[in-house]
Design a protein around this ligand. Structure first.
Ligand code: FES
Length: 113
């Protein structure tokens, strides 16, 4: 039994208990945690990215994931949640939705004029 602790950019935290070997995306679905996944877990869309700073308890990235993310994102602890299996409790940081981030920045720029 392991636990995935999902941290959102607004400070909200969700905890989901899972069986060892489940993916982070499956944990999110099980816990009804909002995590984008356009391709349904096929490692092709990269919308399911999460940041995992301590990766001791998760699977290492396989070729497909390494090719999709590239060296820079892997070095920044980004992982595809649909490809990352959990074997020990882990913290996964969900990045802000890029569309929401863009709208937030536009609104902030408008307020500052
Ligand atoms: S759900 Fe598309 S890459 Fe993970």
């Amino acid at each position: 039994m392991a636990q995935v602790l999902f941290s959102h950019t607004d400070g909200k935290v969700d905890r989901v208990n899972i069986r060892d070997g489940q993916t982070i995306l499956r944990a999110a679905k099980q816990g009804r945690v909002s995590l984008r996944h356009k391709c349904g877990g096929q490692a092709s869309c990269t919308t399911c990215k999460v940041r995992i700073d301590n990766q001791e308890g998760v699977s290492t990235p396989e070729k497909k994931e390494r090719m999709k993310l590239g060296d820079v994102q892997l070095a920044n602890n980004m992982r595809l949640s649909c490809q990352t299996k959990v074997y020990q409790s882990v913290d996964a940081h969900i990045p802000e939705d890029p569309y929401k981030a863009r709208i937030r920045k536009l609104l902030e720029a408008e307020r500052n004029q």
